[in-house]
Design a protein around this ligand. Structure first.
Ligand code: G6P
Ligand code: ZN
Length: 579
């Protein structure tokens, strides 16, 4: 139903058509660009790469070429991002190509802002066909740093590999971009603008998400904690997207002190920060929480608001423990789980703490590869309620992404629930109390991750090759120092819902006492290779729970380094980040 009317003026060789409802659509000739394959979560590159002619446009058009037309024609798509450098320009490019491909309506967060969990929430609430997230997550932003784009499907989950592989295939054969000849949309004003059959509506980035949080949590319970004079909370938005959510939610709705939000204004370069909430990059928060007169609960979230870190006074909650503790307390403290969670899941390298909770609560339990997308099918099939990853991701089936603010609200709910009958002046149950009580009940899974960032790819790949070779030569019963091998493999996952198989997801050495050493290459870096080593050891003996994880795990860490010959292959003496 589209017909050519004139040669376009915007590009010498493109043609313009007008659809029956009257938007002009330019057909811009283009050529394939190498290297547009998506990683663990979307296409992520340096900004400079995205600034090459048609780089983003090619990928967006390849995406429309990959989707079945009924998934977007006259449909509704959501668009938002973490506020980083290049998002504003990118939003205009995406809107025009969406219109050019026959999308009916785009819902875009004001100023292009929507956290990753909020995009998932808006897609679900507004029954949209899907959505775009403009973010490179926790990677630094600015002209010299990273940009990225992710596409989520109609239930709010990241697009499956079958789609992202198709997109990649189409980036290699693309020849034309269809883009609507409409003016740039003013993203600063709420409300809808129509362009013939196509419209753009600028929405409040917080409203739908906040409604959902009110449904999930007992807000009066959390408010009763945050408004106590003997309780102090601090949230570090790291100048990233949760800056747009923290004040409306924690302060305006839940009564937290306005001073409890730090780095609360989203900035295009995150204030020169590295917006990853861990012990290394959230240093300001960590210093406060380990300093004198530390607040009771401290938390941070990453660039796009899906990760979280939770701390008590002088106490770090490791993400593997965090999901287990949330699961153990969910039914009591969080109304959304009042009939009990349906099932629990973690990624393979995440510690086995959650397994013990599932066993005790007699819940179905799943172990999936690294990547939030693997939880979606289980949730859609009604098999999974609460899940988490060691990489500071925690969430539930309220949406189809991990959710930083949700995790913080879950912890505040647990602390509020435990202290709801405490009178002013009585000693409150602390984060450390909750965690140590949990260890006493379930045992402690000591866990640590060593990251070697931006290694030469060649050495890192050789190391993985060497480890895979070692797998074929090893057998159960082999001795590794004082450890006895139970099995070693390269993790393969078969999705119990659709039967799809993901192989080569991480080399794991599992010993007879349950200790594990796991090796993987990160799928989220934008340059070189990041080697991750995950080390875990279970300790049932309460008298040994107070030991520092680095000390408890030292023998296994040394073993991991010698088994992998990491230093030989990568030349690295020390990890760049330890969690
Ligand atoms: C993102 C994904 C997570 C994943 C994490 C680390 O945050 O959403 O699912 O665990 O990256 O992935 P990586 O491949 O870098 O270890
Ligand atoms: Zn993120």
């Amino acid at each position: 139903s589209i017909f050519v009317v004139q040669a376009s003026s915007s590009s010498s060789s493109s043609t313009t058509v007008v659809d029956p409802q009257g938007i002009k659509i330019d057909s811009v000739p283009t050529k394939p660009i190498e290297g547009q394959k998506t990683g663990t979560s979307g296409l992520r590159k340096k900004v400079k790469v995205f600034l090459q002619e048609n780089y983003l446009a090619n990928w967006i058009q390849a995406l429309f070429n990959s989707l079945p037309p009924e998934d977007f024609k006259n449909g509704v798509l959501v668009l938002g991002g973490d506020g980083r450098y290049f998002n504003k320009e990118a939003a205009q490019i995406i809107i025009k190509i969406a219109a050019g491909n026959g999308v009916g309506k785009i819902l875009v967060g004001r100023d292009g802002i929507l956290s990753t969990p909020a995009v998932s929430a808006v897609i679900r609430k507004q029954k949209a066909n899907g959505g775009f997230i403009m973010s490179a997550s926790h990677n630094p932003g600015g002209p010299e740093y990273d940009w990225g784009i992710k596409f989520n499907y109609s239930s709010g989950q990241p697009a499956p590999e079958s789609i992202t592989d198709k997109i990649y295939g189409n980036t290699l054969s693309i020849s034309e971009i269809k883009t609507a000849a409409i003016p740039d949309v003013d993203l600063s004003r709420l409300g809808a603008t129509e362009y013939g059959s196509f419209s753009v509506e600028v929405i409040d980035p917080v409203a739908d998400y906040l409604e959902l949080m009110k449904d999930v949590f007992d807000f009066p319970l959390i408010k009763s904690l945050l408004s106590r004079s003997d309780f102090r909370f601090i949230f570090d938005a790291m100048h990233a997207v949760t800056g747009a959510y923290a004040k409306p939610i924690f302060v305006d709705t839940l009564g937290a002190n306005p001073d409890s939000i730090i780095n609360g204004v989203p900035l295009e370069d995150f204030g020169h920060g590295h917006p990853d909430p861990n012990l290394t990059y959230a240093k300001e928060l960590v210093d406060i929480m380990y300093g004198e007169n530390a607040p009771d609960v401290g938390a941070a979230s990453d660039g796009d608001g899906d990760r979280n870190m939770v701390l008590g006074s002088g106490f770090f909650v490791t993400p593997s423990d965090s999901v287990a503790i949330i699961a153990a307390n969910a039914q009591a403290a969080i109304p959304y789980f009042k009939s009990g969670p349906k099932g629990l899941a973690r990624s393979m390298p995440t510690s086995g703490a959650l397994d013990r909770v599932a066993e005790k609560l007699k819940l179905p339990f799943f172990e999936v590869p690294t990547g939030w997308k693997f939880f979606g099918n289980l949730m859609d099939a009604g098999k999974l309620s609460i899940c988490g990853e060691e990489s500071f991701g925690t969430g539930s089936n309220h949406i189809r992404e991990k959710d930083g603010i949700w995790a913080v609200l879950a912890w505040l709910s647990i602390i509020a629930y435990r202290n709801k009958d405490k009178k002013a002046g009585e000693k409150l149950v602390s984060v450390a109390d909750v965690v140590t009580e949990y260890w006493a009940t379930y045992g402690r899974n000591f866990f640590s991750r060593y990251d070697y960032e931006e290694c030469e790819s060649e050495g890192a790949n050789k190391m993985v090759g060497y480890l895979r070779d070692l797998i074929s030569k090893s057998k159960s019963g082999d001795k590794y120092g004082s450890y006895t091998l139970q099995f070693v493999d390269d993790f393969t996952y078969t999705d119990p819902v659709d039967g799809s198989v993901a192989s080569k997801q991480g080399v794991r050495f599992v010993f007879t006492d349950g200790s594990r050493i796991i090796f993987r290459l990160s799928g989220t870096g934008s340059a070189g290779a990041t080697v991750r080593i995950y080390i875990e050891q279970f300790e049932p003996d309460v008298s040994k729970h107070d030991v520092d994880a680095q000390i408890a795990l030292k023998p296994l860490i040394d073993l991991a380094l010698s088994v992998s010959k990491l230093k030989e292959f990568t030349g690295r003496e020390k990890p760049t980040v330890i969690t």
